[in-house]
Design a protein around this ligand. Structure first.
Ligand SMILES: Cc1cc2nc3c(=O)[nH]c(=O)nc-3n(C[C@H](O)[C@H](O)[C@H](O)COP(=O)(O)OP(=O)(O)OC[C@H]3O[C@@H](n4cnc5c(N)ncnc54)[C@H](O)[C@@H]3O)c2cc1C
Length: 403
């Protein structure tokens, strides 16, 4: 354990989350002496709650297309050094088999996120890698080109450590009640390292008060949909809530949503209503529009369109204008959120340490080659689906090779 005297390490890793834990364990395999400093009372807190407690720890198809960054190709080198197979094999050697749930998303067969955290804590214990919990950092200073000095307290007791390298793996702002901090931004500022604008991502979207009652009626309804803006589209479920929209497709588009923009939801992505109604008009002209729509959509959702659409009219009696309106309303449902649920509900942070400031090969700061940044605090933000953990593991591995 870290003691109340000046100890020196090959690297001090700030943050015992996904990136910091992988970095510490990989550094341990290389025989490097590292220390983990964690503000919280335990390791891997976000891993434990991830994927609804089941941890979607990687994805079978990872490419830079699944990430948002001001420099989209920055992560290529990291992902070529630590691949999806490396993640699968790493956990498998500790008895964790992965299973694909959907869209390449891999979860442990046990469905227990704690199994993932236990791999790391067991490895840290076996290699006797020290980890200091409840560490409140007070200062970080570069003593010379060789060392950083970190000072802080644990339960009010002063501690200080020397490290040849410092790894910043303190994550982003999401879920402040779990102790998320802006430590990476503070350190970047102190060392003149640029950061990009940050914002909540993979976050539910809130509808303005004027339209809220329409959504309230639908709260709890989930449908498969295609959600698109000019830049991208996602086909997954959406969930209506009493304040707006959530569900995987909404979380995905939220990462590409710039406030005040509208986007489109195709509530029947596999059915073009214009084509369908034209066909059904001839074959089953006596059918009511509501009957047709209820075949594809939940009744409550169909009923919610009673004001806009002629639900009680027979298909044969629908004018072409009506058919166009039905098609627009259901296949091109327009949404203009008033905001998002913020960092309290976001799964990740978009933006962070500017990748132009880091070596893509080592993730070291170009200005301060023994200062490294990995995981969520870097401006590399993954889609929903295990991509963020793949980035955290991969960046932790790459940094461990270079400290
Ligand atoms: C509800 C939820 C579900 C998620 N589900 C998934 C999923 O299924 N799949 C997926 O790929 N991603 C998921 N994510 C995202 C994923 O958890 C993060 O991308 C990932 O944990 C980032 O790893 P990290 O190591 O960079 O940061 P973190 O895992 O957040 O770790 C950072 C660590 O640093 C510590 N720390 C912070 N400030 C300080 C400080 N000042 N001093 C010392 N320590 C500090 C924190 O306490 C924390 O332990 C989810 C996120 C949330 C919130």
């Amino acid at each position: 354990m870290a003691q109340n005297k000046m100890e020196s390490f090959d690297a001090i890793i700030l943050g015992a989350g996904a990136c910091g834990l992988m970095c510490a364990v990989q550094a341990g395999y290389l025989g490097k002496r590292v220390l983990l400093l964690e503000k919280g009372p335990d390791a891997g807190a976000k891993i434990k709650i991830s994927g609804g407690g089941r941890c979607n720890y990687t994805n079978l198809e990872v490419s830079t297309e699944n990430f948002i960054s001001e420099n989209p190709h920055f992560a290529n080198s990291t992902f070529s050094q630590w691949t999806v197979d490396d993640t699968l094999n790493f956990f498998e050697q500790f008895g964790i088999k992965g299973q694909e749930k959907t869209l390449g998303q891999i979860f442990p067969v046990s469905n227990k996120a704690t199994d993932i955290v236990n791999v790391f804590t067991a490895q840290l214990a076996e290699m006797q890698i020290p980890i200091q919990y409840q560490f409140e950092m007070q200062s970080i200073a570069k003593l010379n080109d060789q060392h950083f000095e970190i000072k802080g307290t644990v339960n009010g007791k002063q501690q200080q450590f020397l490290g040849r390298n410092v790894v910043v793996a303190t994550g982003g702002f999401p879920i402040p009640k779990m102790g998320a901090t802006g430590m990476a931004f503070d350190i970047a500022k102190q060392f003149d390292i640029k950061t990009t604008k940050h914002a909540p991502a993979l976050v539910p979207l809130v509808i303005g008060l004027q339209d809220r009652s329409w959504y309230e009626k639908l709260s709890g309804i989930s449908v498969f949909a295609k959600v698109s803006n000019e830049r991208i589209s996602f086909e997954e479920n959406i969930l209506f809530t009493h304040w707006g929209l959530s569900g995987p497709a909404i979380l995905q588009i939220s990462s590409y949503w710039k406030g005040a923009e509208s986007f489109e939801i195709d509530l029947l992505p596999n059915v073009n209503l214009k084509t369908l109604i034209s066909k059904e008009r001839n074959e089953q002209g006596g059918k009511l529009l509501s009957t047709l729509l209820q075949f594809y959509l939940p009744k409550k959702l169909v009923d919610a369109f009673a004001e806009e659409l002629p639900l009680d009219i027979k298909l044969a009696s629908l004018s072409n204008d009506s058919v166009n309106k039905i098609h627009q309303t259901i296949n091109h449902f327009l949404v203009k959120p008033a905001g998002d649920k913020g960092y309290e509900k976001a799964e990740v942070m978009r933006g962070g340490i500017d990748t132009n400031e880091l070596s893509s090969k080592t993730l070291a700061s170009k200005l301060h080659p023994n200062l490294f940044f990995g995981g969520e605090c870097v401006d590399v933000t993954g889609w929903l689906g295990g991509y963020n953990f793949q980035w955290a593991w991969a960046s932790g591995y790459v940094i461990a090779q270079n400290i």
